[in-house]
Ligand binder design. Structure first.
Ligand SMILES: [Ca+2]
Length: 263
């Protein structure tokens, strides 16, 4: 190695050491699957007190699960106005996590209590409780199984009636495990998962666990006035009629309607 290239590698080494942003960028995008482009189509108001943990669009209404102890809820929200039309608050000891709608029921995870809740979609009446043996983070479904993340690189497929795990996949890109998988959305045969503490979404092949492509939404809030409490991206919903994603985050003032560009 020449002195020049030695210096070069030393500089790179120092940059990677001192910069968490660059480190995560390096982990995600060096020698990895392609990064997709997107455009913002529209934005809507979002409750800045909603610590978003799960987001779904169902028949033109948003359903949102929120977290934090004493502030966790499920909500039905009018997309255009952000108005909360219906809300159920969890008991204070539960930290709400992801939600999904399957067979006219809302499934909700909680973080560390290994307890999930099943509600009637119309009334929000609690119908059932289920227990699991790991942390609960994000949840979606593929029409057959619930799919659950737990903060690692593992996604678990759960029978929605027996509420038993039927299989797992390990998510990776170029043989590197992709962990911190959080909020999920199953879209056109792929699992979209945002990576906790980033504004990056992995688009995952549900058969192999391989990341097919990435969506980097860093900077999506750049033109929005935010307060210091704002937290990370953590809401992915899909508008199947228009083919758009709806994106928000914990305590974000906006929900963004975005379109992934055809490259
Ligand atoms: Ca979702």
């Amino acid at each position: 190695m020449s002195i020049q290239s030695g210096k070069f590698f030393l500089i790179i080494f120092i940059i990677v050491l001192i910069s968490p942003v660059l480190t995560s960028f390096a982990i995600f995008f060096v020698d990895s699957s392609p990064v997709l482009q997107y455009e913002i189509i529209e934005s809507y108001p979002h409750d800045t007190a909603a610590f978003t943990q799960g987001l779904i669009l169902n028949e033109d209404f948003l359903y949102e699960g929120t977290g934090l102890y004493g502030e966790s809820s499920i909500r039905k929200v009018e997309l255009e106005t952000g108005k909360v039309l219906q809300q159920y608050n969890l008991p204070d000891k539960f930290f709400g996590e992801g939600i999904t709608i399957f067979n006219n029921r809302i499934y909700q995870l909680t973080w560390k209590k290994q307890t999930g809740f099943i509600y009637d979609l119309e009334t929000f009446r609690l119908l059932d409780v289920f227990i699991y043996s790991h942390e609960g983070w994000g949840i979606t479904h593929n029409g057959e199984y619930l799919i659950i993340s737990d903060g690692t690189s593992v996604l678990r497929f759960i029978d929605p009636l027996k509420l038993k795990e039927v299989k797992q996949i390990n998510v990776s890109d170029s043989d590197t495990p992709v962990d911190r998988l959080n909020e999920l959305e199953y879209i056109n045969g792929y699992i979209y998962a945002n990576i906790w503490q980033t504004d990056i979404i992995a688009i995952i092949d549900p058969e192999t666990g391989k990341v097919n492509s990435w969506l980097d939404l860093s900077g999506i809030l750049k033109d929005v006035k935010t307060n210091e409490k704002i937290d990370v991206l953590n809401g992915i919903a899909f508008d199947s009629e228009r083919g758009h994603l709806l994106i928000t985050g914990k305590l974000w003032p906006k929900i963004f309607r975005i379109k992934i560009s055809e490259n």
